[in-house]
Design a protein around this ligand. Structure first.
Ligand code: R1P
Ligand code: URA
Length: 235
């Protein structure tokens, strides 16, 4: 096992879906995967391996925020030989034409996190981006499934509750679609260790219009995103 994942070698598939919420991982294992088996309960951050259309896939909770997500991404890649991580999360829409339940894929991730500034000594604004092959596959899969998935840049924020909504308005003017809290760390960690990463999100809140889904829908209402993630993982 690694420091934060209680799996034996070989128990985790090469392709992993990463929801922030471990209960979403459990819901996916129980409702989408065949022969799913839980391989870790360390810290309650559940992980499961099963099959989707006959191919081996794992689903691992990554927690909230970039420190947590980077721990799971690092250990999956470096300790378990994972080659592709696909985050499937909820987000707050910044774009006026997005609605609750809409699905989007993050081509790149701006961030206010200090993790990358520290990594590059404050001298370079590193641009965390999706793996192009995974993104292209996800776009094809969404089209085939009849899901109108938007593709664009997002913000990975350290804080869920912001004191600077003016900055969100400014980002929207630059085409930033939505805010969540993990993608920049996942993209950066995957790039650093030679793995592929993509973030697919479902709009659970609209920041400007102050609309929100309830917690039950956040945990279990994301079927389109999950199917796109699973199809992309096994392609
Ligand atoms: O739904 P998940 O994947 O947890 O993602 C979003 O939800 C959490 C905040 O409620 C943050 O982790 C954010 O990124
Ligand atoms: O980070 C997040 C996730 C969902 N909704 C938000 O407003 N922010």
């Amino acid at each position: 096992m690694s420091v934060h994942i209680g799996a034996a070698p070989g128990e985790i598939a090469e392709r992993v879906l990463l929801p922030g919420d471990p209960m979403r991982a459990k819901w996916i294992a129980e409702n989408f995967l065949d022969d799913a088996r839980c391989y870790t309960e360390v810290r309650g951050m559940l992980g499961f391996t099963g099959t989707w259309q006959g191919r081996r896939v794992s689903v691992q909770g990554s927690g909230m925020g970039m420190p947590s997500a980077s721990i799971y991404t690092h250990e999956l890649i470096n300790e378990y030989g994972v080659t592709s991580v696909i985050r499937i999360g909820s987000c707050g829409a910044l774009a006026a034409d997005l609605n609750l339940g809409d699905v989007l894929a993050a081509i790149g991730s701006a961030t206010d996190s200090n993790m990358n500034r520290a990594r590059f000594d404050g001298l370079i604004d590193y641009a965390p981006v999706a793996d192009f092959g995974l993104l292209r596959t996800a776009v094809d899969v969404a089209e085939r499934r009849g899901v109108a998935m938007r593709v664009g840049p997002i913000l990975a924020a350290d804080a869920f509750y912001t004191d600077r909504p003016d900055l969100y308005d400014a980002l929207a003017q630059y085409g930033v679609l939505a805010v969540e809290m993990e993608s920049a760390a996942i993209y950066t960690t995957a790039a650093r260790y030679g793995a592929r990463a993509l973030t697919i999100l479902t709009v659970s809140d609209h920041i400007k219009r102050e609309e929100r889904m309830d917690s039950a829908r956040r945990e279990k209402g994301f079927g389109d995103m999950v199917r796109i993630g699973l199809d992309t993982a096994i392609a």
